[in-house]
Ligand binder design. Structure first.
Ligand code: MRU
Length: 353
């Protein structure tokens, strides 16, 4: 087992990409060691690494891995170009909903088109530097999201979150959990309710792990507890991450987010979405255009290795749903907070960049 001094979602060492295998958390800390881009694509597809920004960062490193593969085996520019194009296509296909994946690959392709004359060695090194920059910038963006989101979290707030939009899902610190972390760092007392997040339990396995690690008071609940908690007055606000935000503000996030948004509206509780600009897709007009990933039935029919449904039952297992912008009180980004997000405000936000 290769373990760095602190828990990184991924890291690069001695020509290899190490990816924390989040499927094993919270019980085991193990890293996958990747020297082939196909291993990186598998890690994304099989959700060893997950969370929109982390997927994007991983794909960028996957391109550097591909370049080093060619460098080790065969030294022609043409081979490098065709292999990188193939790697980009494969990595892109690994998961369809999180737009950060396409965003990171586009950024890598832009770097490649701007650096055509370089040697193979310099291209591989340059791709690695670009991936590292994407990683570093995501961490910085999360810290800004935290700072910007702080103002929305009152002292003694009771906050509900869904899935894991924390350090593990990003370059570090987290988006939704970054807002919580920043509020706690400011001295606010915050209590976090964590939805377990069926079927893959990112809430109970990962968010609970992060909150315990940081000593942030938290309570784990089943997903179907949310409405009852709201009715009892135990939730002041909801903060979640995002996988794909259309230009009208409609937001895809982990399945169950839409149900929370509807419940929140009927209890007059604000729902905030915390996400970097790399999750906003100005090319996409509205939420109905977002491709929603459907995953295998076994995620629902089994609990761990234990079957919990009869053989042969039909299953519908979308990994995400779309919350319409009108149910989102504000979008918290590294460039500021956008209340009642809509197309005009999102265009303006990008005009500031
Ligand atoms: O299927 P996952 O675990 O990749 O889904 C993750 C989420 O839905 C997160 O809320 C989202 O990616 C934001 S992570 C900062």
């Amino acid at each position: 087992m290769n373990q760095p001094e602190r828990l990184y979602t991924l890291y690069w060492k001695d020509g290899r990409l190490y990816i924390l295998d989040q499927r094993l958390l919270p019980h085991r800390v193990e890293y996958l060691s990747c020297t082939r881009y196909r291993e990186v694509a598998d890690a994304i597809r099989e959700m060893a690494v997950r969370g929109a920004p982390a997927i994007g960062i991983t794909a960028a490193f996957g391109m550097a891995v591909a370049a080093y593969e060619v460098l080790a085996e065969e030294n022609t520019q043409a081979r490098l170009r065709s292999y990188l194009a193939e790697a980009s296509r494969e990595l892109f296909k690994a998961r369809p909903t999180a737009v950060n994946l396409a965003w990171a690959l586009e950024r890598i392709e832009k770097w490649l088109s701007e650096n055509e004359g370089l040697s193979l060695k310099d291209i591989a090194a340059g791709l690695l530097r670009e991936a590292e920059a994407i990683y570093r910038e995501d961490l910085e963006n999360n810290r800004m999201i935290g700072i910007n989101g702080c103002a929305l979290i009152p002292d003694r707030a009771s906050v509900l979150t869904h899935c894991n939009a924390g350090a593990l899902a990003t370059g570090g610190y987290g988006t939704a959990l970054g807002v919580i972390r920043a509020s706690v760092a400011e001295g606010k007392k915050v209590h976090v309710y964590i939805d377990e997040t069926r079927p893959l339990l990112q809430g109970s396995r990962l968010t609970a792990f992060e909150m315990l690690h940081d000593d942030i008071p938290a309570t784990l609940v089943t997903d179907n507890c949310a409405g009852s908690l709201m009715k009892q007055g135990k939730i002041d606000l909801i903060v979640v991450g995002a996988d794909h935000i259309a230009r009208n503000g409609d937001t895809a996030n982990k399945i169950g987010t839409y149900s929370l948004a509807v419940l929140a509206a009927s209890h007059n509780i604000p729902l905030y979405v915390a996400a970097p600009l790399s999750t906003i897709d100005l090319a996409l007009p509205a939420g109905e255009d977002i491709i929603i990933e459907e995953r295998k039935p076994e995620e629902v029919t089994c609990f761990g290795n234990q079957a919990v449904a009869p053989d042969g039952i039909e299953v519908y297992n979308p990994a995400f749903d779309v919350t319409p912008a009108k149910l989102i009180k504000a979008l918290i980004t590294e460039k500021g907070v956008i209340y009642n997000p809509d197309q005009e405000k999102l265009y303006k936000l990008f005009a500031k960049v």
